[in-house]
Ligand binder design. Structure first.
Ligand code: FES
Length: 107
């Protein structure tokens, strides 16, 4: 099962194993990872699942889709080149070990 590591601003890390194909958003919500809200249920319509992907993972992910691009303009914290929506990234064998940073707020 792929692993996902979430890092908070204070440096606290939480690593969980999830079923293949689970999104970063669903994995957080289902496992009590605070700081990723995912209010729209994973439909790329709320931007409350915003994460900053760790530097060494940014170029390994599928490109940003059109809906994701639109919602990344509405994140509560600054968008950077590491910004992605957690609901649009799946934990798979290809992304096993992915590390994402949780923003200070989603609202
Ligand atoms: S859960 Fe709403 S945009 Fe990702």
């Amino acid at each position: 099962m792929p692993e996902v590591t979430y890092i908070y601003e204070d440096g606290t890390k939480k690593t969980i194993e999830v079923d293949d194909g689970t999104t970063i958003r669903d994995a957080a919500v289902d496992n009590g990872i605070d700081g990723i809200e995912g209010d729209c249920g994973g439909l790329a319509m709320c931007a409350t699942c915003h994460v900053y992907v760790a530097d060494d993972w940014k170029d390994k992910l599928p490109p940003i889709g059109r809906d994701e691009e639109d919602m990344l303009e509405a994140t509560a914290t600054e968008r950077t080149d590491a910004s992605r929506l957690g609901c649009q990234i799946e934990a798979t064998a290809e992304t096993d070990g992915i590390v994402v940073h949780i923003p200070s707020t989603q609202y």
